[in-house]
Structures are given as C-alpha cells and as structure tokens.
Design a protein around this ligand. Sequence first.
Ligand code: 6A9
Length: 719
Amino acid sequence: MKTRSPRAVVTGLMWLQQREAGGGLRHTCEQGDGLASYGWLRHDGDNFGVQELRDRGLLLRTEFVKRHGGEHGGDWSWRVTARPEGAGSPASLVSLFFYVATDGQGTLQPHVEDRTRLGAVSGTSEELGDFRITFLRPTSESGEGSTYSSFHYLDAWSPGLHRLTDVVRSSLSDRFVFSPPGGPRQRFLAVDTFRGLPGAAEAPRSHLLLHQVTLRLPARVEVTFESGSVRDRRGPLAGPALTAELARHEAAFERRFEETFGLERKGFPPAQRRFAQAALSNMLGGMGYFHGRSLVQSPLHERPVPYPETSLFTAVPSRSFFPRGFLWDEGFHQLLLARWDPELSREVIAHWFDLMNAEGWIPREQILGEEALAKVPPEFVVQHSETANPPTLFLALQRLLGTAPLPYLRRLFPRLRAWYEWYNSTQAGPLPYTFRWRGRDTDPERFLNPKTLASGLDDYPRASHPSADERHLDLRCWMALASQVLAEAAERLGEPAEPYRHMQRALSDSELLERLHWAEELGAFADYGNHSRAVGLRREAGRAAPGRPPPEPQLVRVVREAPRPRFVGALGYVSLFPLLLQLLPPDSPRLAPLLAAMRSEKQLWTPFGLRSLARDSPLYMQRNTEHDPPYWRGSVWVNINYLALRALHAYGSLPGPHRERAAELYRELRHNLVANLYRQYADSGYLWEHYSDSSGAGQGSHPFTGWSALVVLVMAEDY
Ligand code: 6A9
C-alpha cells in the first residue's frame, strides 16, 4: 500500500510457511509460486478491500479500510487473518512479515519492545507528513484473547524496492526455536542481522523496517496507520471498531455493485455475482502509481534515450506477469472502470494523455521505475517512437463524453487532437484513407509471419512480406472510431468538428471500404499487402563451422510461392473489424457473410467464445518460430469478444434484414463467454489472459484481470 505520489513510502506483507527454506518466502505476485488462487474479492478502488490468498493449505485473508481526516489523507488499518484450509496441509508454524520502507525520501524510526518486537514505526514523508504505524499483538481468529507468538525485527537498507525480498531472504537465519509453554519445540527461520546483499554495489535508497510475527494457525494480526494531522480520533481503528467499519464498507460495496451492474436483478446466482465482483475488484486492487522514465528509440538518435521522469496512475493487465501500464489494454480497462467510478477513470485517462511526447506519440508499454523494470526481459524495454498501438482510449472517452465536465474536456482536447494527428501522419497507408502499422518485425526470414506488435494482435497473420504497400484494416477502423469521438468532443466544446466528421464519413463509406478491403476470394474483409499464400517453417541442419560440433537444427522459413500484392487470406478478428466497430450500416449486404463466419464452427465459433483465427485458415494454431507458440492464432480473447457482443447487441436492436440473426448470435455468444470464464475461474481460481478454443481452458498469464474483467460488462449487458 502506498500513496499516489512519486517515491512514496510503501507498506507491505510477506509470509513464510515454516517447513521450507527461505525460498518459500512469498512477497510479490509471481506465477512461479503456484498459489491455488489469490485476488481481491471486493475492492472499491478507494477506501476498502478484501483479498484472499490460497497457498498450499494456508488461507490468508487481508482486509483494509481507510478513514479520511486531517491534511494528509487520514488513517488506515489492515487486518490479516491466517487459517488452515482445504486439502494441502499448512505448515504448523507460519510467519507474517509486515514492513514499511522508504523509496528515496522520508524518515522512519523503529520503536522496539522487549528487545525483539517492533511495536511501532513512526515516520514522516512529503505526502504523509507525520505518521505512526502500530503492529498490534496477534489474537485468535475471531479477535479475542492472545496467541503465543515469537517476534523478530529487521532494520536494513536496500538499493530499492525491487530488492526488498532479497534483503529479507538474505537476513533469515534458522538459529531460532519456537517454544510455547507446554507445547512442542520447533526450529524456524527468522530475520537476523542484515549483512548486505551479495555483490550489491548499488547505493542504499530504501530504509526498511520489518516486523516478523511467527505463530500457529489460526490467528489474526492487525496493523494501524495513524496520520499525525488527524486530531479528533475517537480511538484506534482496530478490533471491534475495525470490524464495524469493514462491515459498513462491505454492505456499501454490495449495494453499489448491484446499482451499477444489476446482476442480481438479471438473475445471476450468488456464486456468479461473487465472480463478477472479484473480476472488478482485482482490476481496481491491481491499479498502481508508477514513476520513472521510459527508454525510447527514435529515428533522431542512434541509441535509445531515457525520457523525462513521469508518473502514471493506471490499471494493469496482470498483477503477476504484466504489472505495468499498456496503452491499448487501458482503453478496455477504462470501459469497465468508467462505470464503477467515472472520476477515477477520467484521472487515469488524463495521466495517460500526459505521457504524450512533443510529436503526439504515447509509448505502448510503460516501464516506469525499478520495480516495473525488474519484471521486463531486456529485449522488451525499449519503446519505439514510430510504433503505435490501437487508440482504444477513444473507446473509453466515448463512454465518458456525455458526463465529463467541460473544463476537463477542454484541457484534454489539445492532446486528443495531437494524438489523432500523430496517427494520421505517421501511420498513413499507401493510398488515401488507408493506414499501416509501422514497426512490423524486421528480419522476416526468421518468422513464419512477421509479427505486428503495434496492432496489439501480435502474431495475427498479416502480409507475409512486410512492405510500405500494406493497408491494415483494423487500424483503419480504429481511425474511424477516433474521428467520430474527436468530432463529438469538438461539438461538445464548440470547436470545429467538420474535419473529423469528414474523416469519419470517408472511413465508414461502404463503397470505399469495399474497394480497399473486401477480399472476394475470402468472402470477408482483409488486409492488403505483398503476400505469399505458401510459406512454411522447415527444420534445417545448421551449417557446421570447420572443427566445431554441428549446430542445432533450426526452423527456417520457406516461401513456396512468390509473394505479390494481394489481399491477405486470413479470416479472423481483423476481418470482423468493420462489424466490431459498427462501421457497417445495419442493411449492409456484408453483414450476412460476416455473421455466417462468426457462427461457423469451421471458422470462428467455439462453445467458449469467438476464436481469433478461423480453424480453416492456413496459419491457424501455427507456431511463428521454434520458441514462439501461437498466441492470436486461434485462442479466444475477451476484449475482442466484448467488442463483438457490443456490436451484435447493437445490430440486434436496429431495424434491418440481419437484426434477428445478430440478436440470436448475441445471446449464444454471451452465454458461451460468461459460462466459460465462470467455469474456468471456479475450477482454476483465476481469470486468464486468453482461453483455449478447443477446451475453453485458461491460458497465458494469470491472474489476468485486465480486459478479461470485461466479462462484468457482458453479464450486465452494458455496452
Ligand atoms: C513480455 C514477459 C515476466 C500481449 O496485455 C499486455 C499485452 C497486450 O497489449 C498485447 O495485445 N500482452 C498482447 O498481445 C502482454 C505483453 C507482454 C510483453 C512483455 C514480458 C514477462 O516476463
């Protein structure tokens, strides 16, 4: 927990089941830890949250409440309840480590009782003023009585927040013995003297104070944070007072959730409503405030340069695997958050637009600060200033336009315009009213089909031979949406809207769209480019250098038919874009073939949602290289399914020849998507990044409560 400010003081929790070595120390969300499940079950994004973590027989429940007051945001309290649960048997002894750490500013003083118990930490920081954090004595699970426990503490310096786990792990010693009166004695690990990190030459930056409590299950521990500027406190926010506050917030959350999404009204049973609450809550609870610099490669410089320091308040796709901001993910996140808390959503969107550089570009992936950087493999760190990402923030803005205060819109508008101009000028295609993603994979010979990371659809098949002659349908459709939203924003502000309206009309003109993107032989819309219909990967023995062992065989690309300018023969998400973004009029003759492709099990239909690439498409489920398994080549992705449902819902309610068919597909698809996500969550404990089109099983990173959480809006039928 920390404040929304740079270099904030941070508080946190680690734990250890006392049966394994220090390697069992848990801290940040790591897929490799193999927790059966974890996540926020309820979280209002502001004052209250409840989280549960299941770690091999141990159930940890962490709850917090914030109470406003004073000049620095007020007080908060945490309650952590630990109990044995389920099949796995927990270790008989468990340690909880509560810590406070600075991050480059602020001071902390330990208050130690009985030589080894850190009873409190007092401190001061820029944004918090004076404060005191108190670690209360453990009690029974229900809060009564006391529980025998051992206390240890650590006072150390770390090179930064990204090394806190290492600092604690390297301070653990097994020379301690747990000996409750009359009970069995047991050796255990506890923090001892910190002797520095091996090989760490980095300067100390974070002062760490840590309170370790070791006990037998079940038990409960509470921590209070009291702000120095709160004067009329009626007593600590702990024990029964905390129970009462938690209950009050819990009831308010339930009410607000039902008012916002109406799932009970719609007849969803309690278990499915809890699933939806968890999806929303984990997105809210995963939000972060990041501070640091992007590393950017631009054509003006030979080498990547660090951008100025910046701050970003944002949701993240996945707390474990991608705990940082991603541009096009964020537009989807805000579709959901704008319903829960429009003001919060506007704040996030404003943060993102403030990341824009002088040319109007916003970096796709935001790796700000050491902690974020520690989670990114080196090859992904540098952002390229010619590379775009779908401008989905316009989707979110479309939703917020009607209610956003005018002064907010007025301040945002110049940035919207600059962003829009940037796409228009840098991602223009070879012909008027066409567009092309820049930055496709270089070195095409290494890939079955060179990737297009800019599009967000990474390995979705495009022209086999990247060239300046390509026209990308999805980007063209995104630009139609962008034009529409700019026009609407301009109209609300009394700014000239006609240029945007003109562009919107041109980009949704049926005749022009047909001419540029209708592929007769595919029976669908498509990209256009220098394309070969016959490429494959072949295993080739590497050529041995004289006197050296033969290298491993390698997969290399073989092109059996010369590429030529033509439509790209891939049927999938990209082919649907004019429908997805509702650019086709309800009486368009093209709706029928698209709906048919969606409903065909040989093509896009599965019992779990729409798959990304048709089963009868040449690159369906094909690896891109030896080490690059299919990603957007068959799996079911929730963000695009959300767009499909949104569009089907609209076409299903507008008069036209396809109305009934659209409505029918809408009902079936909605049922399939919701049923599968719920089933996977119930079975696996998580929401996932994407879902298998053959079994429905969750795949990729988890928990992934970025756009997969859009299932809440689908349940609510809120488009
Ligand atoms: C890899 C590996 C610990 C890929 O959700 C974020 C993005 C989407 O924007 C994109 O559309 N994901 C999708 O195709 C994940 C991208 C992760 C890239 C960095 C780091 C982590 O190792």
